[in-house]
Design a protein around this ligand. Structure first.
Ligand code: NOJ
Length: 749
C-alpha cells in the first residue's frame, strides 16, 4: 500500500478547506491596531475583568458595581433589553476605558420562535434551511440585546442515552460539519457587525458526545486519530465558516479536562487552525477541574485554564481571584493574559459593540413574525421522518371520516418545544391537536382522548376512554414520546423505551383493529420496535418546536410529503449503544445468518452459533439505520456512473445516478453518497457519508443527480498521523440510506 501525501502545507486541514483561500480568521489590521491601542492602556485589573463572565443575580445594582470596578467583561442569562442597556450604560459611561459588555445567551434552536431541536433540523439534510433558522434566531435574539449565542453544538453523538444528543446534529462527521457551518453563517450573518448578527460559539470543544455510558459530564477516551478523523472536523468547519468564539467541554478525555487541555486549545485550535476569536470555558468548568482531580484548588484551576488558552471564564470567578498571585509567582505570564484580552476585544470590535453598544428598545417587534413562524413550520415539516407506512396508511384520505387523537403529546405545548428553550413561550406553541382541529376539523370528526396525562404517566385509568375513541374512529393518531425535560443537559437515560404506560396505550388502541399511526415527539432516538410493530405507520419528530402541530397535521393529511432522513442510528435495544453506521468492520463481520438467542439448541457447541461480531439477542443491525426515511412516494435509483475508475489523489471524481419518482406523489428525496476506503494503514469505517443532495421530483419524473467528489475528500489521519489520501481500492454507494444503494468501485493510484 502506497501513501499519497497531498499538499503538505495542508496536512492538517480537512478536505473542504481550500488551501489557497485566505483564512477567514485572519485579523483585520484596523481592528488589530485598535485592540493594541486599547490594550496598552489597560491595568491588570481591567484586563482580568474582560476575562470574567458573570450570570447576574436579580440584584442588578450589585452587578453594576462589579462592572464599575472593571471586574466584568461579559454577562450571560440576561435578556431584558432595558436591563441590558442599563448595565451597558454603566460599562460605557462609568468605567475608565468604556469597553462594552458582550451579552451571551443559549439560543440553541430559536429564540422566541422555536425551531425543531438541532437533531430534528439535522434530519432535513438542508443546510440552507438550517442557516435560515439560525439567522431568524439571531434576528430575534439580537432585537432583545443578545450579542452572542452558545451554539452551534457540534459534538458528534452516537449514544442516544446521552440527553444532549438532542442538541447535536447527530452521529455523522460530514453532516454535522456541513450543518454546523451553516448555523455559524446563519447566526453571524454576512457581517458580524450587522445589528441582526450574533456571535456563534461552537461547542463543546471537544469529544463531549462520547461520554462513557451516555451519562452526562462523563469521561471520554478518544485516541488522537479518532479525535482528528471523527470529532474535530466539525469544529474545523466552524472555524472556516468564521466562528467568533469557542466553548470548551466539561469532559476529561483520556484524563485531561478540555478546559485545561493545551493540546486541543493551543496546538489544534490556535496553531493548526489559526483561530483568532476567543475561547470561553463552559459553566464553572474551570473550577470543576478540582472535582475532576486535575487541580487541587481554584488557583491551580485558574492557572491550568489560562495556560491552556481559555480566554474567558464562565461564572466561576477564579481568574479575577487568582491572576495577580499567579503572575507574581510566575505561574502564568503577562503575555498569556494580553493574548486572551486581545482575543476578547477583537470579537467585541468585530461585533461593532464599541460603536453600537445599545439595543433599540423602541424598534418594532421582530418576535414571532408570520415569516418566522412559516419558516419554523417548514423546518418542522422537513425534519419529520416517516419510519413506517404499511399499505399507504398515510396520508389520510377522504375515506377517513373520524379520527381518534390519543396520547400525552397531542396537546403538550411546553414539551413539543424540546430542550433549551429559555426564551420560548408555550403560549405561542401550535400543538397537533389544535392544528388538526383548526385546519382539518371541517373535514373529519376528531375524538380526543389522551389516555395519559404526560409521557411518564403510569396511571392507566384513561386508557379505556382512548380505546373507546379508537373504536369509534376510522384511524387512531397516537401522539407519544418524551417530555422536553427528559433530554438535554444532565438528562441522560438508561432505558430508551417509551416512558410510562405509553406502549400500553398504543397496544390497547391497536387491539381494536383500527389502523394506528404513531407520531413520536422526542429528544432522542427511542427503542420503539414494539410500538412500531403494532402501528401501521410511524412518523418520528425530534421535538418539533413552536410550529410542530401545523407541520404534523399537513404531513398526516398529505398537504406536505415527508422527506426527513435519520441523522442518527436507531437501536433496537439500549445494549447496542453506542451504535453508528460508520463503524469499522472487525476481523469477523456479522454475516446476517448467525443463530439468535431463541434458536440456540440446548447444550449447543461453543463454536456452533457463528463466531462473528453481534449480540445474541439483538443481532448486529439497528432498528433503523442512519440516513433512513420514507416518503409517501417511492424512488428508484439506476444508472450509477463514475467518470473514471482510476484516479489520482489530486483528481476529482464525478458520480452520477438517475433517480426516478416511481410513486403517486410528488416528493423530495435526499440522495446520499457514501465511500469506503477498503484497506488502509489503519482500519477504516465500512462507509462514510461524503456528500448529499435534496432533489424534488414530480410523480413519474426522473432526474440525474451528479456529485463531484474531489479525491482529497477521502483523506484521513493515517498510521503516521498524516492527513493523506492513501492509494488503493474504494467502494462507493449512491443511496437512500446508509444500508442500501447502487454500488461501484474505483482505485486511487
Ligand atoms: C452549560 C452547558 O454545558 C453549555 O452548553 C451552556 O452553553 C452553558 N451552560 C451556558 O448556559
Amino acid at each position: 500500500m502506497k501513501t499519497v501525501k497531498i499538499l503538505s502545507a495542508c496536512l492538517f486541514l480537512v478536505f473542504w478547506t481550500s488551501c489557497t483561500q485566505e483564512s477567514k480568521t485572519k485579523g483585520d489590521p484596523t481592528i488589530e491596531q485598535k485592540v493594541e491601542a486599547l490594550l496598552s492602556q489597560m491595568t491588570l485589573e481591567e484586563k482580568v475583568g474582560q476575562m470574567n463572565q458573570i450570570s447576574p443575580s436579580s440584584d442588578l445594582t450589585e452587578v453594576a458595581e462589579l462592572i464599575k470596578k472593571g471586574e466584568v467583561g461579559s454577562v450571560l442569562n440576561l435578556v431584558d433589553p432595558k436591563a441590558i442597556n442599563a448595565l451597558q450604560q454603566v460599562a460605557m459611561e462609568e468605567t475608565r476605558l468604556k469597553i462594552p459588555l458582550i451579552v451571551g445567551r443559549d439560543v440553541i434552536h430559536g429564540f422566541k420562535t422555536i425551531f425543531p431541536i438541532p437533531l430534528g433540523q439535522a434530519a432535513s439534510f438542508n443546510p440552507e434551511l438550517v442557516e435560515e433558522g439560525a439567522h431568524i434566531a439571531a434576528i430575534e435574539a439580537s432585537s432583545q440585546g443578545v450579542h452572542w449565542t452558545f451554539a452551534p453544538m457540534i459534538d458528534i453523538a452516537r449514544d442516544a442515552r446521552w440527553g444532549r444528543i438532542a442538541e447535536s446534529l447527530g452521529e455523522d462527521t460530514y453532516l454535522t460539519s456541513t450543518l454546523g457551518a451553516a448555523m455559524v453563517r446563519g447566526f453571524q450573518g454576512k457581517d458580524l457587525s450587522d445589528p441582526t448578527s450574533i456571535a456563534a460559539c461552537p461547542k463543546h470543544f471537544v469529544g463531549y458526545g462520547a461520554a462513557e455510558s451516555g451519562k452526562d459530564y462523563n469521561s471520554t477516551f478518544i485516541p488522537e486519530r479518532t479525535l482528528r478523523n471523527v470529532y474535530l472536523p466539525s469544529f474545523k468547519a466552524a472555524v472556516d465558516a468564521g466562528a467568533a468564539t469557542f466553548m470548551t467541554s466539561f469532559n476529561d478525555n483520556d484524563g485531561v479536562p478540555s478546559t485545561g487541555n493545551q493540546f486541543i486549545l493551543k496546538e489544534v485550535l490556535r496553531k493548526e487552525w489559526n483561530f483568532n476569536g476567543f475561547v470561553v470555558s463552559d459553566w464553572a468548568s474551570v473550577t470543576e477541574m478540582i472535582a475532576h482531580g486535575f487541580a487541587k484548588d481554584g488557583k491551580e484551576a485558574a492557572m491550568k485554564a489560562i495556560n491552556a488558552g481559555v480566554d474567558m471564564e464562565m461564572v466561576s470567578y477564579s481568574y479575577v481571584t487568582y491572576v495577580k498571585e499567579l503572575l507574581d509567582e510566575k505561574k502564568i505570564t503577562m503575555q498569556t493574559i494580553d493574548n486572551a484580552v486581545r482575543n476578547i476585544l477583537r470579537i467585541k470590535m468585530r461585533l461593532g459593540l464599541f460603536e453600537n453598544p445599545y439595543v433599540d428598545v423602541d424598534a418594532p417587534s421582530v418576535l414571532y413574525t408570520a415569516e418566522h413562524l412559516q419558516k419554523a413550520k417548514e423546518a418542522a415539516i422537513e425534519s419529520a421522518i416517516l419510519l413506517k407506512n404499511d399499505n399507504g396508511t398515510l396520508p389520510l384520505n377522504e375515506t377517513i371520516r373520524t379520527i381518534a387523537v390519543v396520547g400525552p403529546l397531542a396537546d403538550a405545548p411546553h414539551d413539543q418545544l424540546g430542550t433549551w428553550i429559555f426564551d420560548g413561550d408555550k403560549n405561542y406553541t401550535q400543538t397537533p391537536l389544535k392544528a388538526l382541529q383548526k385546519e382539518y376539523g371541517d373535514k373529519v370528526r376528531i375524538l380526543y382522548a389522551p389516555g395519559l396525562a404526560y409521557s411518564r404517566d403510569v396511571k392507566t385509568d384513561g386508557i379505556a376512554a382512548a380505546v373507546q375513541a379508537a373504536r369509534n374512529a376510522d384511524v387512531v393518531l397516537a401522539f407519544v414520546g418524551e417530555e422536553s425535560i427528559l433530554s438535554g443537559e444532565a438528562h441522560s437515560l438508561a432505558d430508551l423505551n417509551l416512558q410510562g404506560a405509553q406502549s400500553e396505550l398504543i397496544a390497547a388502541v391497536a387491539k381494536t383493529g383500527k389502523p394506528v399511526v404513531t407520531i413520536v415527539m422526542a429528544g432522542r432516538p427511542l427503542t420503539i420496535g414494539r410500538d412500531a410493530d403494532v402501528s401501521q405507520a410511524v412518523l418520528f419528530n425530534f421535538h418539533p418546536g413552536t410550529m410542530g402541530g401545523p407541520a404534523i397535521a399537513d404531513l398526516l393529511f398529505g398537504k406536505a410529503v415527508p422527506s426527513g432522513k435519520l441523522p442518527v442510528t436507531f437501536p433496537k435495544m439500549v445494549g447496542q449503544l453506542p451504535i453508528y453506521y460508520s463503524h469499522n468492520n472487525t476481523g469477523r463481520p456479522y454475516q446476517g445468518n448467525e443463530t439468535m438467542l431463541a434458536d440456540i439448541p440446548l447444550e449447543a457447541g461453543q463454536t456452533s452459533l457463528g463466531n462473528t461480531s453481534f449480540h445474541l439477542d439483538a443481532g448486529a443491525y439497528p432498528l433503523y439505520p442512519f440516513g433512513y426515511g420514507l416518503s409517501y412516494t417511492t424512488f428508484s435509483y439506476a444508472n450509477l456512473n463514475l467518470s473514471s475508475d482510476k484516479l489520482k489523489a489530486t483528481d476529482t471524481l464525478t458520480v452520477s445516478a438517475d433517480i426516478t419518482n416511481t410513486g403517486k406523489y410528488d416528493g423530495t428525496e435526499i440522495v446520499q453518497l457514501y465511500v469506503q476506503d477498503c484497506f488502509g494503514s489503519v482500519t477504516r469505517p465500512v462507509k462514510e457519508l461524503k456528500d448529499f443532495t435534496r432533489i424534488f421530483l414530480k410523480s413519474g419524473e426522473t432526474k440525474t443527480v451528479t456529485f463531484t467528489l474531489p479525491i482529497q475528500k477521502l483523506a484521513y489521519y493515517n498510521i503516521d498521523m498524516d492527513y493523506v489520501v492513501e492509494a488503493g481500492d474504494f467502494n462507493l454507494w449512491v443511496s437512500q440510506d446508509s444500508q442500501k444503494g447502487l454500488k461501484a468501485s474505483f482505485v486511487v493510484e
